[in-house]
Design a protein around this ligand. Structure first.
Ligand code: GRF
Length: 215
């Protein structure tokens, strides 16, 4: 049985598309059963509709408290019998109460090599810091922002002439590569968390520590 996945988005949804494409493979162990956006204008909603996936808008501005918004999201996920959740460019912080309900079942993608450069305006931070490498991270969600055990990372070089746009595009290409892989491992039940470290069980050719596109 394929695991039922809910994806939360706020924007363009290119990571959602990468997950949709992966789930389209017959042997992929997961299927996306719902997409929820907190923004009406999110282009990712069209990607969901095009793939025949029920897409919903839950506008955070319609809720008085974060808890009330989170509860609405949680209820909708349960309504679709979601078993695991992927945050894919979802720009709202979830409350600890909500996060705890999805403990070890909710993952996020972040466009830096965490724990470096958490938060927003990541590529600006990276360029301002003058680091030579950046990348992306898929991690379990815990109540602290952009923390949580790291499942997989990919690194990319930062070029001297990079702008936010060129760097974002280089990182995004790797995001689309590692997010489906992390979801596969999660859905196959191959991720064990020991303290803060994730162990990928029965990994054949790729391990959580080894996905590096630098040539
Ligand atoms: C990605 O870089 C993701 O890591 C970050 O926001 C961006 C969303 O892109 N959180 P998309 O909506 O998946 O295209």
């Amino acid at each position: 049985m394929k695991k039922k996945i809910g994806v939360l988005i706020s924007g363009g949804g290119s990571n959602l598309q990468a997950l949709i494409d992966a789930c389209a493979q017959a042997e992929f162990p997961a299927e996306i059963v719902t997409v929820i956006s907190n923004k009406e204008s999110a282009l990712g909603l069209n990607r969901a509709s095009n793939a025949g996936i029920p897409a919903h808008i839950i506008n955070h501005k319609d809720y008085k408290t974060r808890e009330a918004f989170d509860e609405a999201v949680h209820e909708l996920l349960l309504h679709h019998n979601v078993e695991m959740v992927c945050l894919a460019g979802f720009m709202r912080l979830l409350t600890p109460g909500c996060v705890s309900k999805w403990k070890d079942k909710m993952i996020n993608i972040h466009p830096s090599l965490l724990p470096a450069f958490p938060g927003v305006h990541v590529h600006e931070q990276v360029l301002a810091a003058g680091v030579r490498f950046s990348g992306c991270t898929v991690h379990f969600v815990c109540s602290e922002v952009d923390s949580g055990p790291i499942i997989i990372q990919a690194a990319v070089p930062v070029a001297p002439a990079d702008t936010v746009e060129t760097l974002a595009a280089r990182v995004l290409e790797q995001e689309h590569r590692i997010y489906p892989l992390a979801l596969r491992w999660l859905a196959e039940g191959r991720l064990a968390i020991k303290d803060k470290t994730v162990i990928v069980k029965n990994s054949k050719s790729v391990s959580g520590a080894l996905v590096n596109p630098i040539h």
